[in-house]
Write a protein that binds this ligand. Structure first.
Ligand code: PLP
Length: 378
């Protein structure tokens, strides 16, 4: 048996919707399907303004432009994240203040509070595996110290903190629809403006439309559009939005299909955790996850690498991530070094992600679990 690490799930409706785009004869962004997707996100996840973007990365980039993050500003973020979170900061010329994660692999809020200065303009929680830090506390601190919150909710579409959806709690939230995420259109993202601040919402439209007030023009609110601010082209083609809407219309089904293998892993690997040879993912009580990632934490880096090799030899593609950003080539050039964030470094060296996707069958999951048990001689 050969088992891939991830595989996109196709509902069958994508083709129908894309054919409809071709029939409508408008391929650029902000056509019928882009508007439908924006509306779907607003209604389903409950946020005043959602905008389709070309990727989760460009959503993050645009978020920091919209909030005017600039040189001299400090942005607090975890080192344990994907490169795009940090790129959005350095692209603005601002400073990355990397901090530790907690046992749930989310921003450690005590570490955040320790790093707040007058220059702190923004904190970026990353909802790892669709779990989150205590968002109430983060937002209270944001009021107290006057910083913005941009949620990197790339992995957290349809996951919740208490009774609210992740991505809709901070001032701005960013989703990703990359092929590896639960809901996908190959490459895509969304920007969620979660405040009723009309100026901020308007600026988001402008930045996304190459710095012009074209969106206002199309709504008939002004009689000509012009260059009013900085921006770029962040609109995906309506073809991609059509693909995405097909996926969103099957959101529950797609998530249910990931839940099965996730729960199977959890149930059938529990005894290894009880024996103390590894740890399973932890979820805070306040989160409702979307089953994006299932990981194992081994006791040492060597054991992680050995298990990974063993699974590879058995046709199972399990992978590790993230290499801590503070301990990367770029991180070192920003003044960080190995040893600065020991917990993050330890997690990164011991974590192993198991295959998890909507098309992963229970037979395949069973096969993986059996191999892991065999590796530990059980
Ligand atoms: C996937 C991901 C991104 C980037 O999303 P893209 O759509 O691939 O640009 C950013 N942050 C995190 C945490 C991610 O998992």
């Amino acid at each position: 048996m050969k088992i891939r690490f991830t595989e996109p799930y196709i509902t069958g409706d994508e083709e129908i919707y894309i054919k409809d785009v071709l029939k409508r004869g408008r391929l650029a962004g902000d056509g019928f399907y882009t508007k439908e997707v924006n509306k779907f996100i607003q209604d389903r996840f409950n946020t005043p303004k959602a905008l389709m973007m070309t990727s989760g990365s460009t959503a993050l980039d645009a978020a920091l432009i919209i909030l005017d993050i600039q040189e001299g500003d400090e942005v607090i973020l975890p080192s344990f994240t994907f490169v795009s979170t940090a790129n959005s900061v350095i692209l603005r010329g601002a400073k990355c203040i990397f901090v530790e994660v907690d046992e749930f692999l989310n921003l450690d809020l005590d570490a955040v509070e320790n790093k707040i200065t007058e220059k702190t303009k923004l904190v970026m929680p990353v909802h790892y595996a669709s779990t989150s830090c205590d968002m109430d506390r983060l937002m209270e601190l944001s009021e107290k110290y006057g910083y913005f919150v941009v949620e990197d909710a790339a992995q957290a579409v349809n996951a919740k903190y208490k009774d609210r959806f992740l991505g809709t709690i901070g001032h701005i939230g960013c989703y990703s629809f990359h092929e590896t995420k639960n809901i996908t259109c190959g490459e895509g993202g969304a920007l969620l403006i979660n405040t009723e601040d009309k100026l901020l919402q308007e600026r988001a439209e402008i930045v996304r439309e190459k710095g012009t007030n074209r969106s206002k023009f199309f709504r008939g609110e002004i009689d000509k559009y012009s260059w009013v601010d900085m921006g770029s082209s962040y609109l995906p083609s309506d073809i991609l939005s059509a693909f995405l809407l097909a996926q969103f219309n099957h959101l529950d089904e797609i998530q249910e299909l990931r839940k099965e293998p996730y729960l199977y892993y959890q149930k059938n690997l529990k005894h290894l955790e009880e024996k103390g040879v590894l740890q399973l993912p932890k979820t805070p009580d306040y989160n409702q996850i979307n089953y994006h990632i299932f990981y194992l934490l081994l006791n040492t880096e060597e054991e992680r690498n050995q298990l990974m090799d063993y699974l590879k030899d058995n046709g199972i593609n399990a992978v590790f991530h993230y290499l801590p950003l503070h301990d990367s080539t770029k991180g070192h050039s920003l003044g960080y070094k190995n040893g600065d964030l020991p917990f993050t470094e330890s997690i990164s060296s011991r974590l192993l992600r198991l295959p998890l996707y909507s098309g992963l069958s229970i037979e395949e999951t069973k096969f993986i679990v059996n191999k892991i048990n065999r590796y530990f001689g059980l």
